[in-house]
Design a protein around this ligand. Structure first.
Ligand code: SAH
Length: 375
């Protein structure tokens, strides 16, 4: 089965305007349109990004008389929780969301001793058709709006604060127990195929309150199949976020099938773009490599991977091996541990740092590539 790649999502179906869709100027203009004084815009931003409140009825510094009007015009309820499930003793939590038009998508919150990470979706479904990924099998439903993406971050931040810390977020940017520290665009969708909205989201995630959630740029990871021109564009934004490139094969022959976008931008072009990203931002690029038994786990491919990465990126690269998470109906499986260990060693022997990612959430279908919205 050959699926067509979709770079431009259908324009239909984006939700009504939300405060979080707007940049600072547009927020000020929207507040003015409602006949409210200008300072209310900053108040609303502080409630949303600082206090993590999206319901104007709970915004106690807003006069009760205008809350209904503000809610209707600027805070439509965008998402509802269809299902929330946990594993790893509550340290991993997957949420299935439903948007106003019935579209569903997922996010996953993972707590570790030193950090907490939310894995968010940038599209409902995905148009990139990678055959080993559950999301890729269903095709693309639509882009998510800026606010729909930000809502996933706000909800995760609120969970961290309310359930795992009892501490208010502080504006000082210090990491506290009850604070969300990392955001990765590794849920459903190809973030760089929803470029403008994802960019607006990233700006809001890293801006200090009241303009944003105040998460450090280096703790935000944008993961891509390798849309080379968009990688360069993102580099030029100079945001300092971490780039992850989903390589999965060092050679074009195999990558053409594992990551079909390789038919448009080859391994060499993706690595050149990654190099550009590293040069412009000074940040080390992550290479994602889902290790698949007897498909891409051969010793010679490990050698080739290490060699090519070392040549293209020198010390500015780190390889994340992801043991393949089996997805329903897939013929593929993870590599045996000894094969995995040899792969890691061979990549390291070429002078490239390499670790194996822990696979959280497998039993609740919340691990990499398992996100699919069954409803
Ligand atoms: N579209 C973006 C984000 C996708 S998900 C991208 O491709 O980078 C994040 C990572 O999970 C990607 O590297 C993706 O290839 C990987 N992945 C997808 N399905 C997987 C599976 N079944 N097992 C392990 N990793 C998988």
């Amino acid at each position: 089965m050959k699926q067509e790649l979709i770079f431009e999502a259908p324009r239909r179906g984006l939700p009504p305007r939300h405060f979080a869709d707007l940049d600072d100027d547009a927020q000020a203009a929207a507040v003015k349109e409602l006949g409210l004084p200008g300072f209310r815009a900053k108040q609303l931003a502080n409630q949303y990004f600082g206090r993590l409140i999206a319901d104007p009825q709970q915004m106690t510094d807003l006069p009760a008389a205008v809350r209904g009007q503000v809610a209707e015009a600027l805070f439509p309820e965008l998402l509802s929780v269809v299902r929330a499930i946990q594993c790893d003793a509550g340290e991993t939590r997957k949420t299935l969301w439903r948007a106003g038009d019935g579209t569903t998508f997922e996010s996953v919150l993972m707590r570790y001793p030193e950090r907490s990470t939310v894995c968010i979706s940038s599209q409902a479904g995905c148009g990139m058709a990678c055959p080993f990924c559950a999301t890729g099998q269903g095709g693309l439903t639509r882009n998510l709006s800026t606010a729909e993406i930000l809502e996933q971050v706000r909800a995760a931040s609120a969970t961290m604060r309310d359930e795992f810390g009892g501490q208010e977020r502080s504006d000082s940017g210090k990491l506290s127990r009850g604070r969300l520290s990392n955001v990765v665009f590794m849920g459903m969708g190809e973030p760089l195929a929803n470029y403008n909205r994802v960019l607006a989201v990233v700006r809001r995630i890293i801006a200090p309150a009241p303009h944003g959630f105040g998460i450090s740029a280096r703790s935000v990871t944008v993961s891509t199949v390798g849309l080379a021109p968009a990688i360069r564009k993102l580099a030029d934004e100079r945001l300092g976020v971490t780039l992850a490139l989903s390589l999965h094969a060092p050679d074009d022959e195999l990558r053409d099938t594992l990551v079909p976008v390789n038919n448009r931008w080859k391994v060499g072009e993706a690595l050149d773009a990654a190099r550009y990203y590293a040069d412009v931002t000074g940040r080390r690029v992550s290479i994602e490599y889902a290790l698949i038994r007897d498909v891409n786990d051969q010793p010679w491919r490990a050698d080739m991977l290490g060699r090519k990465l070392h040549a293209a990126l020198g010390p500015l690269v780190h390889v994340n091996l992801i043991p393949l998470n089996p997805t329903p109906g897939s013929k593929w499986d993870a590599s045996p541990k000894p094969v995995e260990r040899e792969f890691v060693q061979r990549v390291r022997d070429r002078g490239v740092s390499c670790t194996v990612r822990d696979t959280r959430g497998q039993e609740i279908a919340a691990a990499c590539g398992q996100l699919a919205a069954e409803g």
